[in-house]
Design a protein around this ligand. Structure first.
Ligand code: AMP
Ligand code: MG
Length: 323
């Protein structure tokens, strides 16, 4: 969530160019300042669109769908972006002990969030069957030959927890190519603040209250930094009084239980995105311990009871009265 930008101050500030589009199943908004802001924003949206087409799991023609169809049939060619995002994904998976796992595809498909009219949790036997296909350590990535292999039939990649962050990193690089030194890029729960906001102050990113969509927990000031929030309120259904949401614990095959939301700061948006998802799975203690070991990262986490946890270096302005 992003607070309204501060008003432009001084007559030297250039007017912003701002545009929003629906991409990657979410709202992508870019606000940029500078003489070439419009060109930069258009180029960034073109890049978002390209990556969305590459990794859309619901599009049979996407590269991701093609790689998943080839599971169990040997290595297949992958584009440089796919190889790069997978490389980061496997690194985060290893660092988080598999809490973040890009091979979560079979479980995501089985749970089918947002697809059923009257959603119910899947049968335990089906969960156990699909869970057995989830293991990032089996992925064979060969950057030299530009191929990826999912060795078991039924395995499937899902980049839903990192794709937005990767695209935001690309958009940020494009801003810089066009000489844009101030911009705010938002893709769903992922925000990147480039340079300063107008008025030479940091951008201000509000963190949503996970149980009250009209309230915020507080504000994070950012400059050349990504902030990504993963939450149990973003895609979920309730059945028999239990909330089932879209972040799945790969060890159990069920939605993660220990957190309501996790917000990670990192200079790289893809790392922030992937780590935030991992923290939802890890729970407060392990998430705090993990983030402390990642240089440049900070964490704000809301546990299952609504208690806040944060790393000591988190820049943070707590909202008064929960607003
Ligand atoms: P995010 O909102 O970034 O936490 O991403 C959530 C999305 O990532 C889900 O909708 C799934 O597509 C996918 N996902 C769910 N659980 C995991 C997991 N443990 N590791 C990696 N991706 C996941
Ligand atoms: Mg994520």
């Amino acid at each position: 969530m992003v607070l309204a930008s501060p008003a432009l101050t001084g007559c030297h500030a250039s007017a912003p160019y701002e545009e929003s589009r629906l991409l990657m199943d979410t709202v992508v908004r870019i606000e940029a300042y500078g003489p070439r802001a419009r060109e930069a924003v258009e180029a960034a949206f073109a890049e978002f669109t390209r990556l969305d087409q590459l990794w859309n799991p619901y599009d049979e023609e996407s590269e991701l769908a093609r790689i998943n169809r080839a599971a169990g049939r040997g290595p297949v060619a992958a584009s440089p972006d796919t190889l790069r995002v997978l490389e980061t994904s496997l690194e985060v998976a290893a660092r988080t002990g598999g809490a973040f796992d890009p091979t979560i595809g079979p479980l995501v498909r089985l749970w089918g969030f947002g697809e059923q009219a009257a959603p119910q949790p899947p049968a335990p036997a089906a969960i156990a069957r699909e869970r057995a296909l989830v293991d990032y350590r089996l992925v064979r990535l060969d950057a030299g030959s530009g191929t990826v292999e999912l060795p078991r039939a039924g395995m499937a990649l899902d980049l839903g927890a990192i794709a937005k962050g990767y695209a935001v990193d690309r958009a940020r690089a494009i801003m810089q190519q066009y000489g844009v030194s101030r911009a705010l890029i938002t893709a769903g729960g992922c925000v990147y603040g480039l340079g300063d906001a107008p008025g030479n102050r940091p951008w201000r990113v509000a963190v949503q209250h996970p149980r009250d969509s009209r309230a915020i927990l507080g504000v994070i000031p950012v400059r050349d930094l990504a902030v990504d929030t993963s939450g149990d309120y973003q895609r979920f259904f309730e059945a028999d009084g239990t909330r089932y949401h879209h972040v799945i614990d790969p060890r159990t095959g069920y939605p993660a239980r220990a957190c309501q939301s996790a917000t990670v700061l990192h200079p790289s948006a893809q790392w922030a995105d992937a780590l935030a998802t991992a923290c939802m799975v890890l729970g407060p203690e392990r998430a705090l311990a993990l983030v402390e070991t990642v240089p440049g990262a900070a964490l704000l986490l809301v546990d299952e009871r609504g208690q806040l946890h944060r790393t000591p270096d988190l820049p943070w302005e707590e909202a008064s009265h929960g607003r």
